[in-house]
Design a protein around this ligand. Structure first.
Ligand SMILES: Cc1cc2nc3c(=O)[nH]c(=O)nc-3n(C[C@H](O)[C@H](O)[C@H](O)COP(=O)(O)OP(=O)(O)OC[C@H]3O[C@@H](n4cnc5c(N)ncnc54)[C@H](O)[C@@H]3O)c2cc1C
Length: 390
């Protein structure tokens, strides 16, 4: 494992930091608040995306032949870490930028690349992800939304759920079954669906945070032209696997957790809870876990720098950070005592209710991008070689 950075990497870090100082206004910087809350957040996230795009940051890790900067995995990690340390907000088109655009570069037709990629990066087109269904989440291959060829185009019927940002998205990258006779993993197509057509209805789902970040999508004869099918009609599963390959964590999360632990310690001091033995143990444990997480990130980064694609160990990362964050947020709520039970909007809530809000968000972290149970199954089977469970 390589724990140091080269002079060139340190110079790059300085470049990122200087750019952030000049371009990230202090009122846009966030303290611990995650996710999307309301329309105000959407506007800020849209503006921030545009600024990053114009600064040339959104293609940092892309190969030069695809118009990117060809930055090494270490440089990409440094960039992410600096964003996290500066408290940069999210970007509105996160799913399009991080998942769809690189997938289109890998699998899209020249028309799809030309039509969509720059618009996705600039924020001109916002995409949501339409994979999950009411009966197909962890078992995604069980999806039932149908895509049929009719009059020279595709007609989609079915229901999607938990689609983040569906209510403000222009389009969706969506999986639908093109062949019901084929095996579950085959006969699935990967479509780019216009969300603004009358045959598509979005119903927002209110979360326990009070926000309505995601929604259900009802497709009642939604139309998709052939040119908006990515790959062949039965390639959807393979393309979805490319999408999942871009869902990674790393040093940015380590930086976020180190910040969160420092804020947790400060909360404990402010609330006079630092002298309590159990609280002290928990805060110290959080510090140790954040440090271990950084070391895991450095190990994976060293492997990536040597050209090794992340394997099942990506499950260790996802499982570790999501479970660790839940413990950290639980500790914070415990420190707040009865104030921790207040709604975040309450006038009496400590620090503007940010810890309650973060605690509620943390509950989702062990579900999305592969639940903890699914990650443990992968680790048991593919890392430890245990037999498949029944
Ligand atoms: C905040 C958030 C944002 C999301 N955004 C999107 C999005 O933008 N687009 C999208 O398509 N989806 C999105 N999702 C959905 C997410 O992908 C699914 O929630 C996830 O795949 C789990 O599926 P499920 O909810 O159907 O739960 P299920 O798969 O029904 O699982 C229910 C429980 O059973 C357990 N379980 C399931 N199978 C097994 C097994 N084989 N062994 C052991 N335990 C098992 C699970 O771990 C879980 O505890 C989002 C979810 C969240 C929470």
């Amino acid at each position: 494992m390589d724990l140091g950075f080269t002079a060139e990497e340190e110079a790059f870090r300085h470049e990122v930091r200087s750019w952030l100082e000049a371009n990230l206004p202090s009122e846009w910087r966030q303290g611990g608040k995650g996710g999307y809350r309301d329309e105000e957040d959407a506007d800020l996230q849209r503006q921030w995306q545009r600024r990053l795009y114009e600064g040339g940051w959104l293609k940092l890790g892309w190969p030069r032949e695809a118009g990117g900067s060809g930055a090494t995995p270490v440089m990409q990690a440094i960039y992410q870490e600096e964003l996290a340390q500066a408290g940069a907000p999210g970007i509105l088109g996160r799913l399009g930028v991080t998942l769809l655009a690189p997938t289109l570069v890998a699998h899209g037709t020249p028309w799809q690349k030309e039509t969509y990629v720059e618009k996705i990066l600039s924020g001109e087109l916002i995409f949501c992800q339409g994979f999950s269904e009411p009966d197909a989440g962890s078992d995604l291959a069980g999806l039932r939304t149908r895509a049929e060829r009719r009059d020279g185009q595709w007609v989609l019927n079915g229901q999607k759920t938990w689609s983040s940002g569906a209510h403000y998205s222009d389009r969706s990258f969506l999986l639908a079954r093109t062949d019901t006779a084929a095996e579950p993993h085959r006969g699935i197509g990967f479509f780019l669906v216009d969300m603004k057509q009358p045959a598509v209805e979005v119903r927002r789902i209110t979360q326990m945070t009070g926000g309505g970040e995601f929604g259900e999508i009802f497709l009642s004869g939604a139309q998709v032209e052939d040119r908006d099918l990515v790959g062949e009609p039965g390639d959807g599963w393979k393309i979805a696997m490319t999408v999942f390959g871009f869902e990674r964590g790393g040093l940015a999360q380590a930086a976020r957790f180190e910040r969160a632990v420092a804020e947790l310690a400060s909360l404990a001091r402010d609330r006079g809870a630092g002298a309590d033995a159990t609280t002290r143990q928990k805060v110290a444990q959080a510090q140790i876990e954040a440090h271990v997480f950084r070391l895991i990130g450095m190990r994976n980064l060293t492997q990536a720098q040597h050209g090794h694609a992340p394997g099942p160990e990506a499950s260790v990362v996802k499982l570790y950070w999501s479970e660790m964050d839940k413990r950290l947020q639980e500790t914070a709520i415990g420190i707040e005592g009865m104030y921790g039970a207040l709604a975040p909007e309450s006038a009496l809530a400590i620090e503007g209710g940010r810890w309650q809000y973060a605690w509620m968000w943390a509950q989702a972290e062990t579900i999305y991008a592969g639940s903890s149970e699914i990650q443990r199954n992968i680790i048991a089977e593919r890392v430890l070689g245990l037999p498949r469970g029944r």
